[in-house]
Design a binder for this molecule. Structure first.
Ligand code: ZN
Length: 169
C-alpha cells in the first residue's frame, strides 16, 4: 500500500501552481462534459421512466381483454336488436287485432282507475291498452333529470272506447 502511495504522489516541485491549475481546470471540464454527456444520453430514458399521471392511471387500470369487450358489444347489440324485433312484432300483432269477440262485438273492456279520470280500454285478446291523448313521462335526459314529458296522441281505436263509455253511462 505504501508503495502505491509513493508512486501516485506527485512531488510538489514538479508541477507549477499554474500547471496544476490548468490540470485541475481541464479535469473538471472533462468531468463536467462527461457527466453532462451521460445525462444527455440518459435524458430520453429518464423521461420514459418518469411516472406521468397518464402512466399512473394506465398502471392502475385493470387489464381489459379487447376480445371480451368486442363480444359483449356484439351480444348487447344482438339482444337490443332482438328486443326491437319483438317490440315491432308485438305492435304489429296489436295493430292487426280487430278487438272483436266471437260474436263480432267489441272485445274492448273499459278501465276507469286512472288518475286523470279518462277511460281506457283493454283488449283481452291482444292485450292492447287503448289510451286517450295523454302525457307520459319518458326516461330522463340531460335537460329533464326527473324524466321527459311527452304528449302522446290518442290510440287509433280510442274512438271505440269513447263509444263504449257513452253506451255504458
Ligand atoms: Zn285486440
Amino acid at each position: 500500500m505504501s508503495e502505491v502511495k509513493e508512486q501516485v504522489k506527485v512531488p510538489a516541485d514538479v508541477i507549477s501552481a499554474t500547471a496544476q491549475g490548468f490540470i485541475n481546470a481541464s479535469i473538471s471540464a472533462a468531468v463536467k462534459e462527461a457527466v453532462s454527456g451521460v445525462f444527455a444520453s440518459l435524458g430520453p430514458i429518464l423521461e420514459k421512466l418518469a411516472m406521468t399521471p397518464e402512466k399512473i392511471r394506465a398502471a392502475n387500470t385493470p387489464y381489459v381483454d379487447p376480445d371480451v369487450v368486442a363480444r359483449n358489444k356484439r351480444e348487447t347489440e344482438k339482444s337490443k336488436q332482438d328486443e326491437k324485433e319483438l317490440r315491432a312484432m308485438d305492435a304489429a300483432r296489436k295493430a292487426a287485432c280487430p278487438h272483436l269477440d266471437q260474436n263480432q262485438r267489441s272485445s274492448i273492456r273499459l278501465i276507469h282507475n286512472y288518475p286523470d279520470r279518462q277511460p281506457r280500454g283493454i283488449c283481452p285478446i291482444c292485450h292492447d291498452l287503448i289510451t286517450p291523448r295523454e302525457w307520459r313521462i319518458e326516461a330522463p335526459d340531460a335537460e329533464n333529470p326527473k324524466g321527459r314529458a311527452v304528449l302522446y296522441p290518442a290510440h287509433k281505436d280510442y274512438r271505440t272506447v269513447e263509444i263504449l263509455e257513452a253506451q255504458s253511462a
